[in-house]
Design a protein around this ligand. Structure first.
Ligand SMILES: [Zn+2]
Length: 194
């Protein structure tokens, strides 16, 4: 465990609390409440409210930024499908792949490949889903600011929880994931300058 991130193994000591043990397992995912409740859903109507525009001004740790490029950056998805789910975003507030400059398109492609190399080195996924949803009708949560998903996949990572209950179990807190990926990105796994 690094930095001042909360150690989940130490967060819920059972001693001294009332309760009756039973046979059920319990999955505590309080970070999902901001999503389920909708109170944290950003406005999708301009740069001022856009989380992809605001994140670069934050520190890497606070913003969950893994790498900063020239025209685009890589950040952990706050609502990951799997551990290590990354988003590659241009700094500019543009919605459509056709709005990007050649430099932005090239760098987003290069950063996506580097993200795959880094994720393979850190967590050995068996495969990836890469892609971008263009427009809210196609599934884009923040349609106004383009973002490429890089989702590591493992055999058996889709089980009854996401299929039946729309819930993902995530064994690692985001801050810890960011620390691991950023450290690997800064090492030999990523080519010079990417
Ligand atoms: Zn934006």
């Amino acid at each position: 465990m690094t930095g001042d991130h909360l150690d989940p193994r130490a967060a819920e000591a059972a001693g001294g609390h009332p309760g009756v043990p039973d046979a059920f397992g319990r999955l505590w995912t309080p970070h999902r409440m901001v999503y389920v409740g909708g109170q944290d859903k950003p406005e999708d109507d301009g740069e001022g409210a856009c989380p992809f525009c605001r994140t670069p001004a934050r520190t890497d740790e606070d913003g969950l930024v893994v790498h900063r490029g020239e025209t685009a950056y890589v950040v952990l998805n706050l609502y990951p499908y799997n551990p290590g789910h990354l988003l590659v975003c241009p700094y500019r507030h543009v919605a459509d792949l056709t709005d990007l400059t050649d430099d932005e398109r090239d760098e987003i492609g290069a950063l996506s490949a580097a993200a795959m190399r880094v994720l393979r080195a850190v967590s050995a996924p068996h495969g990836f889903n890469l892609g971008m949803n263009q427009g809210s009708v196609a599934g884009a949560g923040i349609a106004a600011h383009l973002h490429q998903h890089v989702v590591p996949r493992w055999g058996g990572d889709t089980n009854f929880l996401p299929v039946v209950a729309s819930t993902k179990a995530l064994p690692q807190v985001l801050g810890e994931t960011r620390d691991l990926l950023a450290a690997e990105w800064a090492s030999a796994a990523a080519p010079e300058g990417i």
